[in-house]
Write a protein that binds this ligand. Structure first.
Ligand code: G
Ligand code: MN
Length: 267
């Protein structure tokens, strides 16, 4: 007689299913500031799982979803809820959404985005920027390349996240030709005290400007870092020194003071 081995249900799978069923995906919103005006050029939606002990941060959650092949439904839900909040933001900043390369490559991706957009009156594709994030998968597949071309042709913005960290390297920029580059915070940390770092970021800023790519410095934590990135030619910035991620998109200020010499307290 054949014996069937019973598989124990994975507790993380059970929890992911519950999150999808009952909603347990919170979000926080952090502005990407245009340093020439102080206005948010965009707002990044950051996924924040409502903690139940199994997942304490978004990284854990998405790692488990990847392992359990549940990345698609989870990212779909994260994007849908982020897009829905845009109705509560009365200004015209773009919404930046983190998407993994596997999900962007999926044939259903564009349709799923359009469906979420159609539920939001007056929202157009050019208000959305897809931040291609880097988790484990570093290959640029033909499917990813095709989908990115398609998204650009349809009017969506494309950003490459965490440039300078891990796998978000030069070949990714070359292959995908994004509208936005987001410099990883490791590259800008204490840039004011490090001439080597300044030279590297200045070179990237020159490249970005020559290619009409908008450059964002992530993770700005001090006035000195802010002044230095501005000095070397970075036009957009994000970080605790400018604004912490906020639970409610409507609380993101319409103008963020970022004039040189004005000191803000990092809350
Ligand atoms: O990978 P990505 O750039 O999307 O990650 C953004 C993460 O960085 C979020 O979790 C956000 O809360 C965090 N973050 C945003 N601004 C800062 C900052 O100034 N310093 C640090 N250490 N983390 C930040
Ligand atoms: Mn990001």
């Amino acid at each position: 007689m054949k014996t069937r081995r019973l598989r124990m249900p994975d507790p993380q799978r059970r929890e992911l299913k519950r999150i999808l069923r009952e909603g347990g995906l919170g979000a926080a919103f952090q502005p990407i500031v245009d340093l020439s005006t102080g206005r948010p050029a965009g707002i990044e939606a950051l996924c924040r799982p409502v903690s139940t002990g199994l997942f304490t941060c978004a990284g854990d959650l998405f790692q488990a979803a990847e392992r359990l092949r549940m990345l698609w439904p989870l990212e779909l839900e994260a994007r849908r809820s982020a897009i829905a909040t845009l109705g509560r933001w009365s200004h015209d900043a773009r919404l930046f959404m983190n998407c993994s390369p596997q999900v962007v490559s999926d044939l259903r991706f564009v349709c799923a985005l359009d469906l979420a957009i159609s539920a939001c009156e007056g929202l157009h594709r050019d208000r959305l920027v897809i931040e291609i994030t880097e988790r484990a998968d570093h290959r640029i597949t033909p499917a990813l390349r095709r989908r990115v071309c398609e998204l650009k042709a349809l009017g969506f913005g494309i950003a490459i996240d965490d440039v300078g960290a891990g796998m978000s390297g030069l070949n990714r920029i070359m292959e995908l030709r994004p509208h936005w580059l987001k410099l990883d915070m490791a590259l800008v940390r204490r840039i004011d005290a490090d001439p080597y770092r300044r030279k590297l970021v200045r070179a990237i800023a020159t490249f970005a400007s020559d290619c009409q790519i908008k450059l964002v410095a992530e993770g700005i934590e001090s006035e000195a870092e802010l002044e230095t990135i501005r000095e070397v030619g970075v036009d957009y910035a994000q970080g605790f020194h400018l604004a912490r991620p906020l639970d409610c998109i409507a609380d993101v200020p319409a103008v963020i003071s970022c004039a040189p010499g004005i000191t803000r307290c990092a809350a």
